[in-house]
Design a protein around this ligand. Structure first.
Ligand code: CP
Length: 302
């Protein structure tokens, strides 16, 4: 993986993804290691973020490296009209690795083509979020002790949810059965479903969350993403359709875990948080270990 950008989850083979999870397990046991001495990681966030940016930065800090970058491009020369190409070429002269989130689909691939250093896609519009997928796989493995033959439900905004797109594609390597719960207008796009069909795996589509609760090992809740809707009325119509509360967990399997890439709005009640089935805060913590594994692998240090 040395020198290899990560833009789409399929840029890394199944074996490479599993290797990252293995290395992440080591970092979970020992997160503070001085491996990034003299290394500079740039975090360029053209869209808001809490977990992704700060867990990347925490990962670098715990490894003894330095972080440069921005969390708001309006404070940079982008505001004066500088192109993405010029920004990336410039920052790649200042750093050993670039982590970028950008609202434009395909922008991360473009950045990797003009950058002198590897680029990690931290989310490009509604397209992909491959590092979230690696931490989701890590979390699924942590809770189920396998990635194979699981029943996984995805709930909410399956059309615009980039974390869903990347994770569905990754889970196609593990013989999963997919339970897709969304309003009709927010169904999983055909471009993602084609990966399920190619592997001849089963998927079922629902509009009612209650239908899948007794069936699944992983319940992957997602936010309806207001910022992706061009029609505010359409958002208003679907924004409150799914709400998981503690009593609904009574109808779930013993091993079932609730995951959410976060942030949540109202799709998981706070009374779920103290259930042993709630695993979304641990999931966000796992992001540090998985990103430590990814950074050190790309920089050829692991
Ligand atoms: N999961 C995720 O991408 O969260 P942030 O938007 O807070 O980075």
């Amino acid at each position: 993986m040395k020198g290899k950008s990560l833009i789409s989850i399929n840029d890394y083979t199944k074996e490479e993804q599993l290797r990252i999870l293995e290395i992440a397990k080591d970092f979970e046991s020992n997160p503070s290691q001085n491996l990034l001495n003299n290394k500079v990681v740039a975090t360029l966030f053209f869209e808001p973020s809490t977990r992704t940016r700060l867990s990347f930065e925490s990962a670098v800090c715990r490894l003894g490296g330095k972080v440069i970058g921005f969390s708001d491009s309006s404070s940079t020369s982008v505001k004066k009209g500088e192109s993405l190409k010029d920004t990336i070429i410039t920052v790649s002269n200042y750093s050993d690795l670039i982590v970028m989130r950008n609202p434009v689909e395909g922008s991360a691939r473009f950045a990797s083509e003009v950058s002198k250093v590897p680029v990690i896609n931290a989310g490009d519009g509604a397209n992909q979020h491959p590092t979230q997928t690696l931490l989701d796989l890590y979390t699924i493995l942590q809770t189920q002790h396998t990635l194979d033959d699981l029943h996984v439900a995805f709930v909410g905004d399956l059309k615009y949810g980039r974390t869903v797109h990347s994770l569905v594609i990754a889970l196609c390597n593990f013989n999963c059965t997919f339970h897709l719960v969304s309003p009709t207008e927010l169904k999983l796009p055909s471009a993602v479903k084609i990966h399920i069909k190619e592997k001849k795996l089963a998927y079922y589509q629902y509009t009612d969350l209650n239908d899948v609760l007794p069936l699944v090992d992983i319940l992957y809740m997602t936010r309806i993403q207001r910022e992706r809707f061009s029609d505010p009325l359409e958002y208003e119509r679907v924004k409150n359709l799914y709400n998981l509360n503690k009593s609904m967990l009574e109808h779930t399997k013993e091993n079932m875990k609730v995951l959410h890439p976060m942030p949540r709005v109202n799709e998981i009640d706070i009374d779920v948080d103290d259930s042993p089935k709630a695993h979304y805060f641990q999931q966000a913590l796992n992001g540090v270990y998985v990103r430590q594994a990814l950074i050190t692998s790309i920089l050829g240090l692991k």
